[in-house]
Design a binder for this molecule. Structure first.
Ligand code: ADP
Ligand code: ASP
Ligand code: MG
Length: 442
């Protein structure tokens, strides 16, 4: 069985954790291992680059020094024969960052700076595998992960280039690659967005023809609700691709929103596992639908802006919605939720980069009102429209909460509601108490 395993920042966050990861990939017999940067690295690199750009060189230098200490500690604790080589590698990465920020006079590349975390972490880990006596090969992901001008990965090129590196002829080799980073259409180092290592692993797992992609993190699988916000959540043992994709898209941080799609298309199961507790069962995501339960999970996505569009011209008219959506299309702004009435259409967006232009283009033919700081709460399950009482059960617990929008689609798999972000915690907890309180771990 060919397996691609991905480990997130906490999983490789210290020498002790890296040792545990080495044990897991050997016992799983991973063909390809995709790594994030040690926890806190990417945040620190963002901070360094932002500080340096605003002239706050003290903060930038202090944060660089913190990173040097963190990585030196890890290298010293983990490595012996390859210690000096790893320390040189670290100095090289830190010099690249410093040169970009303090010496180079051209346009600073944040992406080049951010990439150093994954490059350095994967190099240290590969040295560790070699010191353990394994045949480990370090790959450089930007050599085979390329994106087009829209930021979309070139999967055909990835398959071709990765397959030529990860060969079947020697199954004893452990291939180690960086998640997150890639090369953009201009040939510069770039990335797939924050949290993008999950997506990298899915794409690479599909590219080498894996039978399973495993996402190893710091929690025992996908929980029924956001464990950072709500008490008494529990892991879901099995879920369908569509449910997992919906939850990831609507804020379940355990998975980057784009992770599931490539695996679903290729029919490759995704397993979520806890690297701190490898024997825990985790979650298996596959094509199988589980219709036994009405409600499976809840997720929430913050930073949502509502645009309320009103026009008397909408009454009994056709073509109005097309005009509205053309404006959003023009500015490449995805729309998440939509509700309509006779003279109003409300929709939500999470990117406000082009909001000003969008409003300007809408105003000649309608009135547009904008409300920021909202949260979409998505309830996923077998919410069958023919099954009376399900909507009532959802809203039973939400009597005290002002609900801005409700969307219930044709797939009968999910219902989304929009609340002001100040009501997010109350909403998630109320749904947990009402929809899951008598359900124990499945
Ligand atoms: P990694 O660094 O391994 O990619 P992340 O921090 O990105 O890990 O994702 C794991 C975290 O996702 C968990 O620690 C948990 O707090 C959070 N999380 C949010 N929603 C869920 C959920 N529904 N199920 C499990 N974890 C969730
Ligand atoms: N290191 C990157 C981040 O923190 C990518 C990832 O962890 O998936 O966003
Ligand atoms: Mg993550």
């Amino acid at each position: 069985m060919i397996k691609t395993l991905k480990f997130g920042g906490t999983s490789v966050g210290s020498a002790a954790n890296m040792r545990r990861v080495a044990g897991i990939i050997v016992s799983e017999g991973a063909r390809l291992t995709v790594l994030s940067a040690m926890s806190g690295t990417t945040d620190a690199l963002v901070k360094i680059s932002t500080a340096a750009k605003t002239g706050d060189n003290d903060t930038a230098k202090a944060t660089l020094a913190m990173l040097r200490e963190k990585y030196t500690t890890c290298i010293t604790e983990l490595l012996s024969t390859h210690r000096d080589a790893a320390l040189d590698c670290m100095e090289g990465a830190l010099a690249t960052i410093a040169n970009e920020l303090f010496t180079y006079r051209g346009e600073v590349s944040d992406k080049l700076i951010l990439a150093q975390g994954e490059l350095l972490t994967s190099a240290i880990f590969c040295y560790h595998m070699q010191e353990l006596g394994h045949r480990a090969v370090l790959l450089t992901s930007p050599e085979f992960m390329h994106t087009d001008p829209e930021g979309k990965p070139d999967t055909a090129r990835l398959a071709q280039e990765l397959k030529s590196r990860v060969t079947d002829t020697d199954p004893d080799i452990y291939y180690i690659a960086q998640g997150f980073i890639c090369t953009d259409s201009a040939g510069h180092i770039s990335n797939l967005g924050r949290g993008g290592s999950d997506y990298s692993a899915a794409l690479m797992g599909v590219a080498i023809g894996s039978d399973e992609v495993q996402i190893w993190t710091d929690i025992d699988g996908m929980h029924n609700n956001d464990p950072r916000v709500v008490e008494n959540t529990f892991p879901i043992r099995r879920m369908s691709f569509d449910e997992a994709a919906e939850l990831a898209y609507f804020g379940a941080k355990i998975l980057h929103p784009l992770t599931i799609q490539p695996c679903k298309e290729a029919g490759i199961n995704v397993r979520l596992k806890n690297s701190m507790e490898p024997e825990a069962e985790g979650t298996l995501i596959s094509a199988d639908e589980d219709n036994a339960m009405d409600f499976h999970a809840v997720a929430a996505k913050d930073g949502i802006t509502v645009v309320r569009i009103t026009s008397a011209r909408m009454l009994m008219a056709y073509g109005f919605l097309r005009k509205v959506f053309e404006v959003f299309e023009k500015y490449k702004t995805p729309v998440d939720m939509i509700t309509t009435s006779e003279v109003e259409v409300s929709l939500t967006i999470d990117s406000t980069c082009h909001l000003e232009e969008i409003i300007r283009d809408l105003t000649p033919f309608c009135t547009a009102e904008v409300v920021h700081d909202n949260t979409i709460v998505c309830i996923v399950g077998c919410i069958d429209a023919h099954h009376p009482g399900l909507a009532a059960r959802i809203f039973e617990g939400l009597k005290e909460i002002p609900i801005q929008m409700i969307s219930y689609g044709a797939n009968h798999r999910s219902m989304a509601i929009l609340v002001a972000t100040q009501y997010k915690k109350q909403t998630l907890q109320a749904l947990n108490d009402h929809l899951f309180h008598c359900t124990s771990a499945q």
